[in-house]
Write a protein that binds this ligand. Structure first.
Ligand SMILES: Cc1cc2nc3c(=O)[nH]c(=O)nc-3n(C[C@H](O)[C@H](O)[C@H](O)COP(=O)(O)OP(=O)(O)OC[C@H]3O[C@@H](n4cnc5c(N)ncnc54)[C@H](O)[C@@H]3O)c2cc1C
Length: 342
């Protein structure tokens, strides 16, 4: 039996990713009365956590709630919202052709880095999403890539409950929540060392664990900086991230005596991976760590393709930056759509 021909649409813009960057782009494009489709596989950065350091929300706001409001906001201006996975993207004459596929059972990354929210019908209703009907081919005059990154946290039992409650990665987001807490930093490189030092603004009870058998990958002088500031260092992997009910309790070291370090909070400092497969397919320029290179107006090196949010090289990775970059990407795409000379 042959598989059915995919349905086709022709649009002003396809936005890949329905996080803060993609939704911000969608709102702006919608307000410019462009014909827009936003596709999201609803994964990553959608843990059950609160967002802090975002203007207007002094008590924080759940990440889920920002998304829900963003979908509603974009839908108000006629943006089509689709739950699905954009699998391929390529130039097709003056247009771009994108293939949207149904999500596999259990989500986009069944064994992957961090599915965080249930994918049930109630959640879809809450988000105002149209369930996927793919496969679907779409043609678009412009593309905005806002696919985010993944890989902030190691995998361990209970991790999903701890994220955002007692397991963090960014001191701009959560450092203020660490005031006077007992904190463990897990990471082996200079970024990790710097995070441990920066945390001293909030608490003087910081311990560092390399989090890998090879130990630390920094000059001895950096470890001396830590010792001088009262931060103990342990050059071992973590055998167990002990936690209960979303609360980190201890880091158990993979050393001969299985040393147990009691903690209230853990920061993991790891290199994230940009979700850049589509960028690669479109021939976008990326830096050495796979972030999409963009100008301050979110142009990539390919005319008609824009990128925004965590996946780019541009700003610190926070909601405020993602919202800004998404908005700018929409401005860029909107101007690109005006006929030349007008
Ligand atoms: C645990 C945690 C806590 C955080 N806390 C804070 C905080 O307190 N304050 C703050 O300012 N920031 C915080 N951040 C950072 C903030 O969440 C990110 O900067 C922001 O979400 C980035 O938005 P984005 O749209 O670029 O990416 P994301 O929010 O990651 O959205 C990208 C979306 O694109 C989808 N996608 C990717 N590829 C495809 C594809 N091929 N097809 C379809 N969909 C696709 C993904 O599934 C995802 O839904 C936190 C992040 C994490 C992980």
């Amino acid at each position: 039996m042959t598989s059915p021909e995919p349905a086709r649409l022709e649009l002003d813009c396809v936005i890949v990713g329905g996080g803060a960057a993609g939704l911000s782009a969608a709102v702006n494009m919608g307000r410019m009365r462009r014909d827009v489709l936003l596709v999201d596989e609803r994964d990553r950065s959608l843990w059950q956590h609160e967002i802090h350091n975002y203007l207007g929300f002094p008590d924080g706001i759940p990440a889920l709630e920002i998304r829900r409001l963003g979908w509603r906001h974009a839908a108000k201006y006629g943006v089509r919202l689709l739950l699905g996975h954009v699998a391929t993207a390529a130039r097709d004459g003056d247009l771009f052709r994108l293939r949207i596929e149904r999500l596999p059972e259990g989500g986009a990354f069944p064994q992957g880095p961090g599915p965080s929210v249930p994918r049930d019908a109630e959640m879809a209703r809450m988000f105002g999403e149209v369930p996927e009907t793919g496969p679907l081919d779409v043609l678009a005059r412009t593309v905005i890539l806002a696919p985010g990154v993944f890989g902030h946290f190691p995998e361990f039992p209970g991790r999903n409950e701890c994220v955002g409650r007692s397991l963090f990665w960014c001191i701009h987001c959560d450092g203020h929540e660490s005031i006077d807490r007992v904190v463990g930093v897990v990471g082996h490189d200079d970024d990790a060392v710097q995070t441990a030092l920066d945390l001293l603004v909030f608490t003087d009870r910081v311990t560092m664990v390399a989090g890998r058998p090879e130990g630390f990958d920094v000059p001895a002088s950096r470890l001396a900086d830590l010792a001088e500031r009262g931060i103990a260092t342990h050059p071992f992997a973590v055998a167990e991230f002990e936690n209960r009910g979303g609360q980190m309790q201890a880091l158990v070291l993979d050393d001969p005596s299985r040393t147990r370090i009691p903690v209230e909070q853990v920061y993991t400092v790891r290199r994230t991976r940009a979700a850049n497969e589509l960028a690669r397919q479109l021939g976008l320029e990326m830096n050495e760590i796979g972030q999409i290179m963009v100008t301050s107006e979110q142009h990539t090196n390919v005319p008609g393709v824009f990128a925004a949010g965590d996946a780019t090289n541009l700003h610190d990775h926070q909601i405020s930056a993602a919202v800004h970059e998404g908005n700018q990407a929409a401005c860029g795409a909107n101007y690109y759509l005006y006929p030349a000379g007008k």
